[in-house]
Design a protein around this ligand. Structure first.
Ligand code: SF4
Length: 299
C-alpha cells in the first residue's frame, strides 16, 4: 500500500470510527510524524509505507455479480468506475437477477457498524419492470423495522405524490443509496444521514438495481441521495432540483426529499416538487390533465 492509499484508508477508518461515536484514538509519535510528512515526499519514497502499521485495512466493495453480467458491477467504491451491462433482459431474467442481487445484499456486512446495528437490510421495493424509479438516501428507524423504504410520514407523502401523478406505489420501484440504517450510537431514536464513505460502499448495489431495472427516469429525493448517486458534492438540492442530470445515460430529476416538505409546508415549495414531477411525467410520456398542471399554483 503506497502513501496516498494508506492516507485514504486511514481517513476512511477515522470517519467510520467518528460515525460510531468514537471521539479519541491512540496514535504513537512515530506514526503521527510519518503521517505529517508532505505527500510529495512520501509518494517519492516507495519504502515509506511498510513501517507504518496497517491499522486501517482498505474495505472492499461488494462484488456484485448479476446473471447476464460477466464481470463484477464494481471493484471500486467510486461511481465513476461502475460499468453497466446495459443488457436487455427478459422479465424472467430481470427477476432472477434482482433476486440474486437481493440475496447478496441481505448478507452484506461491508459497513461493520451498520451491519451490527441494523434490524434488516432495506433492499428496495416495487415493480422492477417499471419505467420510473425513486431513489432516497438511506433507511430510517421506521424503514429499518419494516424492511421497506419510505414507510413513515415521509413515505405517506411520497405515496400521495405518486398518486397525484396518476400512478400507484406498486407500479414503480423505490430504492435507497444506502441499504442499512445509518446507526446512531448512544441514541434510542432518531436518524442521521449516511456518510460519503457509507454511500460509496453501498452504491454498487443501487447501480446494479438500476442496471437491472433500466428505468426511463430516476427521481432522486434530497441532497444525500443526489450526492450519493451523482457525486454532486457541496452543491445543495436547492440549486440542483429541477435540472435534468444523468446516471449511466438515464435521466435523473433531483428534487426535495418528502421530509423537507413535511417541515416546510409552503405552497411554493410544494409547487417546486410538483413541477419536478410534471417534468418527469412529460419525459415518461404520461398523460397530464389541466387539473394536474395547476396543482399548487397560487392564484
Ligand atoms: S449499507 Fe450497503 S454496503 Fe454497507 S453493510 Fe449495508 S448493504 Fe452492505
Amino acid at each position: 500500500m503506497d502513501y496516498p492509499e494508506l492516507l485514504e484508508a486511514t481517513i476512511r477508518h477515522l470517519e467510520e470510527e467518528k460515525a460510531r461515536g468514537v471521539r479519541h484514538v491512540n496514535v504513537d509519535r512515530e506514526v503521527l510524524s510519518r503521517l505529517a510528512r508532505p505527500i510529495s515526499r512520501s509518494i517519492a519514497r516507495s519504502d515509506a509505507s511498510p513501517s507504518v502499521p496497517e491499522t486501517a485495512p482498505r474495505p472492499q466493495s461488494p462484488r456484485i455479480e448479476v446473471p447476464g453480467q460477466s464481470a463484477p458491477v464494481s471493484e471500486s467504491r467510486r461511481v465513476e468506475k461502475f460499468e453497466p451491462t446495459r443488457v436487455t433482459r427478459s422479465r424472467e431474467e430481470k427477476e432472477t437477477a434482482m433476486a440474486g442481487l437481493r440475496e447478496r445484499a441481505m448478507g452484506c456486512a461491508l459497513c461493520p457498524n451498520l451491519a451490527a446495528a441494523r434490524t434488516q437490510v432495506v433492499f428496495g421495493v416495487g415493480n422492477i419492470h417499471t419505467e420510473l424509479m425513486f431513489v432516497g438516501e438511506a433507511p430510517g428507524m421506521d424503514e429499518d423495522r419494516q424492511g421497506e423504504p419510505f414507510v413513515g410520514k415521509a413515505g405517506e407523502l411520497l405515496n400521495k405524490i405518486i398518486g397525484a401523478m396518476g400512478l400507484k406505489r406498486e407500479e414503480i420501484y423505490i430504492g435507497n443509496v444506502v441499504k442499512c440504517r445509518p446507526d446512531t450510537p448512544g441514541q434510542a431514536s432518531g436518524n442521521r444521514p449516511p456518510t460519503p464513505v457509507e454511500m460509496a460502499a453501498c452504491l454498487p448495489f443501487l447501480a446494479a438495481q438500476i442496471d437491472i431495472i433500466q428505468p426511463k427516469v430516476i427521481v432522486c429525493l434530497g441532497t444525500s441521495a443526489v450526492q450519493g448517486l451523482l457525486g454532486k458534492k457541496q452543491i445543495g438540492i436547492t440549486r440542483l432540483r429541477g435540472k435534468w442530470m444523468s446516471f449511466e445515460g438515464i435521466p435523473v430529476m433531483p428534487t426535495y426529499h418528502p421530509a423537507y416538505l413535511l417541515r416546510n409546508q409552503s405552497v411554493s415549495e410544494k409547487r417546486k416538487v410538483w413541477e419536478d414531477m410534471l417534468a418527469a411525467m412529460e419525459r415518461l410520456g404520461l398523460p397530464i390533465s389541466e387539473k394536474q398542471r395547476g396543482y399548487f399554483l397560487q392564484k
